[in-house]
Design a protein around this ligand. Sequence first.
Ligand SMILES: C[S@@+](CC[C@H](N)C(=O)[O-])C[C@H]1O[C@@H](n2cnc3c(N)ncnc32)[C@H](O)[C@@H]1O
Length: 240
Amino acid sequence: MNTEDDRYFAAVAESYDRLQPVLSPPYEKGLEMIVDLIPFDPEETFKLVDLGCGTAEPALRVLQHFPQATGICIDSEPEMLSMARRKLAGLAGRAEVLPGDMTRCQIPGCDVVLSAKAVHHVPPDHLSALFAKVRGALRPGGCFILFDAMSLGPAWGPVARLQASRFRQRHVQRAIDSGIATREEIELRQDYKRRMKAAGRDVEYEHDAEGLIRRMEEAGFDEVSVAWRMFADTILVAFS
Ligand SMILES: C[S@@+](CC[C@H](N)C(=O)[O-])C[C@H]1O[C@@H](n2cnc3c(N)ncnc32)[C@H](O)[C@@H]1O
């Protein structure tokens, strides 16, 4: 990790694929669910756009499972895009990696728009325009799969919060015991994130599922539902 870098994702890009599943316990299961929720059969042809693709792990999983699918992966962080390009290079031209801010760029016409763990970086007042753009890019019958941490329903009480914290600690400990990460690097990363957030260089928003669903419906999606949830990590699926 290059802690001199003033952009959070530039600094963490190199270790992202190894540490993200450790730091976010539901991440791996969420990616499996995304593949399961794609509304196509494995041999069908469709076009995917991944917004805030990062190192392209979610897009890679989808494109490996659906060998006739093609993908366009968009992210605003050059270091994450470099990792994405390297990872997708083996897909024989089925994936294109493009720099872009999802709130400003044009979204190419497609059948599936995916965004994983990225929309919490989008300010609330940009969400309606983003969802309208996603809806406009989707062909009839297409769908938007949004995976991110979000609140839903009544606020958690202390018992649920304690359970979530225990779950996370056990998960991190297993990763340390199996040699995936060290306690020191995890603490270093968490400390770095805290400092970046305090300095306003890693901005995150706490969106709530009800608000996201309402905005998607207002953007013209016919049907929006909560398809999966594990603690705060939630997958919303919206059909156009
Ligand atoms: C936590 S990472 C998630 C990466 C990937 N989707 C995954 O699930 O592993 C968040 C990503 O969103 C990107 N990002 C944040 N805001 C963005 C924006 N407005 N437009 C495009 N990408 C954005 C960051 O650069 C980063 O790569």
